[in-house]
Design a binder for this molecule. Structure first.
Ligand SMILES: [Zn+2]
Length: 327
């Protein structure tokens, strides 16, 4: 009797916290063979919590561009891309190298600080489509602001959260493309240098622009915050209403409320560089992240992992159902 009660309780709990749960159950029932096939092929465990814990660990030192911890983050993400079967985009490496001004701290350079130009890397891969003339650029920056007064600023929300969703999506998209190739390429980018002038994405666009006739950037920056409010399309622009309409549809279906905003109070992200180059783009960011980002409060404990699952599921649905018609 007790066991039955517990089973019912677990079921109710899952039902209450799920994203679009009724629909999920229906999908599972109607398509059990496909689901089990995907599970069987899983080689690596892509766990969003593990990825966030790793990026926020002390050895990564807050991931300030050019720092030792930032280089460890580069290697970790490149290794993960390789492991899940994302192909390199440029040559046979996942490292897109560019030169950036490196400072020992994020804010207020002091007179004794050594400032130098150095090589740093975006981590970039792709999923080959049927037609290689157009590409969706799915992105999330991995760098952060390092230390404040010798305390590591972990950047769990900004933007270990986005990288965990990016890797999760890449894993699912690679598996799906093995069954059936997508119409166009999908480029998977984890940008460096975002916190220092959106530098990584700027350099990446320079390198990649000539390779494709059309690009469409979907950028994820600071998501899955426990006190998130709505999901915002950062610096919304009326010309992209068709993109927002579809994204709203999938996010709302997965129990994520949305809002469009034209004010810059939240700030800018890498999608802004795509906008400056006339490339279609959208950036997902949570409404209330200003409460925690760039502060010691931005730690693993403020992440809502169920929300991250719902966001990843929504973006996956957006890409597979709508994005190739938009590009
Ligand atoms: Zn950010």
């Amino acid at each position: 009797m007790k066991r039955i009660k517990i089973t019912i309780l677990i079921f109710l709990t899952i039902t209450l916290i799920g994203c679009g749960v009724n629909k999920d159950l229906k999908e599972n029932k109607s398509n059990p063979i496909n689901d089990s096939k995907i599970e069987d092929k899983k080689k690596v465990n892509i766990d969003k919590k593990e990825i966030i814990d790793k990026l926020c660990s002390n050895e990564f030192e807050g991931r300030l561009v050019g720092s030792k911890g930032n280089k460890l983050a580069e290697d970790y993400i490149a290794y993960t891309f390789k492991d899940i079967g994302v192909e390199p985009l440029i040559g046979n490496e996942y490292y897109h190298t560019y030169i950036q001004e490196i400072t020992p701290r994020y804010s207020e350079v002091k007179p004794d600080d050594i400032v130098k130009d150095d090589k740093v890397n975006n981590i970039v891969g792709k999923i080959n489509g049927k037609d290689n003339t157009k590409a969706i650029v799915l992105s999330a920056h991995f760098d952060h602001i390092g230390k404040q007064d010798e305390n590591i600023i972990k950047g769990a929300v900004d933007n270990a959260s986005g990288v965990s969703v990016l890797i999760d999506l890449a894993d699912k998209l690679v598996k799906s493309s093995k069954e059936n190739k997508f119409p166009y390429d999908i480029i998977i980018c984890s940008f460096n240098g975002e916190e220092k002038g959106l530098a990584g994405s700027k350099e990446f666009i320079k390198s990649c622009k000539g390779m494709y006739k059309d690009l469409f950037n979907i950028n994820i920056d600071s998501v899955g915050y426990k006190n998130s409010g709505s999901m915002v399309f950062l610096n919304s622009n009326d010309k992209y209403n068709n993109i927002y309409d579809k994204l709203e549809l999938v996010l709302n279906e997965n129990n994520i409320q949305t809002s469009r905003t034209v004010d810059n109070k939240i700030g800018f992200s890498d999608s802004n560089n795509f906008e400056l180059e006339g490339i279609k783009n959208v950036c997902l960011i949570e409404e209330n992240v200003k409460e925690v980002i760039h502060s010691p409060k931005d730690v693993e404990e403020v992440i809502d992992y169920n929300r991250l699952d719902c966001i990843s599921k929504s973006v996956y649905e957006f890409i597979t159902k709508y994005a190739f018609e938009i590009i």
